[in-house]
Structure formats: structure tokens, C-alpha cells
Design a protein around this ligand. Structure first.
Ligand code: MG
Length: 160
């Protein structure tokens, strides 16, 4: 069994869509940044790389690479899953925390779990999402950004 941790934060700005775990969430602002700035997908990708001992997301998908400019984060995450599988691991479970003052994520929880599970090639029961606010404290509490944490457990895949 191997465990990895991932963290990411992206600023909320007007004129962008808000994508979390591959699900578009209705909101007056979206996350700015590289690719579609899916902060949750990036945290999970980081946790997968961490668990497999493969470094971090920026190392494999540098934001200086113009070919990655508008790349959907699902593509990044699925590429990371392939890297992990190639090294002989399978995803055991994933736990995530998204810290967003707004919008409320609870109504989207099941859609996000299903989307992440599809990308990871696991069942929905293996993916958890904890949605929380930052209690009005600091930049996250003022709704200037959304942050995400993820923990992934990998098991060694059984040889056929
Ligand atoms: Mg990111």
C-alpha cells in the first residue's frame, strides 16, 4: 500500500467557467490558470503522482508548455492514472477536500464523485468528496480562490 497527498489552489476570476472534478458548476466566476484550472483534478493528480513516487504535477505538465494551454484536466488526470498503472499500481481509494466559500458544492457532490471515478477507473464508492468553507477567514474565506486537498491510496496490482 502506498499513500500520496495532493494540494492545489486557483484564483477565482470573472469570465471563466468553474470546473471542479470535471463538472461545470454554475457560478458568477471561474478558476483562473493553466488548462481549465480544475483545482480538484489537479490535487488528485498530485496525490496519484505522490503515491507512486513520481514527483508533482508541474514537473510533468509545466505551465510554460503552450501545448497544455487549454488542456482539459481530465486529460491530465487520465495520463497520470496511466503512468501509475504502468508502474504496477491500482487506485484503492481517493479522499478529497474542496475549500470554497461559494458556491455550495453539496448539490454537485455525486456528479463530481462520478466524474472523478470515471477518470480514475474506479467505482464511485472509492471516491469521496468533502466540501467545506473557510469560515470567512483569509483569501479563501473572502472567496478569492478555491483550494483542494486530496489523498490517494494505491495498492500493488495483482499480476494476472
Ligand atoms: Mg493547478
Amino acid at each position: 500500500m502506498r499513500v500520496g497527498i495532493g494540494y492545489d489552489v486557483h484564483r477565482l476570476v470573472p469570465g471563466r467557467r468553474l470546473i471542479l472534478g470535471g463538472v461545470e458548476i454554475p457560478h458568477d466566476r471561474g478558476l483562473s490558470g493553466h488548462s481549465d484550472a480544475d483545482v480538484l483534478a489537479h490535487a488528485v493528480a498530485g496525490a496519484l503522482l505522490g503515491a507512486a513516487g513520481l514527483g508533482d504535477v508541474g514537473q510533468h505538465f509545466p505551465d510554460t508548455d503552450p501545448s497544455l494551454q487549454d488542456l482539459a484536466s481530465g486529460v491530465i488526470l487520465q495520463q497520470v492514472v496511466r503512468m501509475v498503472v504502468e508502474r504496477g499500481y491500482r487506485v484503492e481509494n481517493v479522499d478529497t477536500v474542496v475549500i470554497a466559500e461559494a458556491p455550495r458544492l453539496a448539490p454537485h457532490r455525486e456528479a463530481i464523485r462520478a466524474s472523478l471515478a470515471r477518470w480514475l477507473g474506479v467505482s464511485v464508492s472509492q471516491v469521496n468528496l468533502q466540501a467545506t468553507t473557510h469560515e470567512g477567514v483569509g483569501a479563501l474565506g473572502r472567496g478569492e480562490a478555491i483550494a483542494s486537498h486530496a489523498v490517494v491510496a494505491l495498492a500493488e496490482a495483482t499480476k494476472p
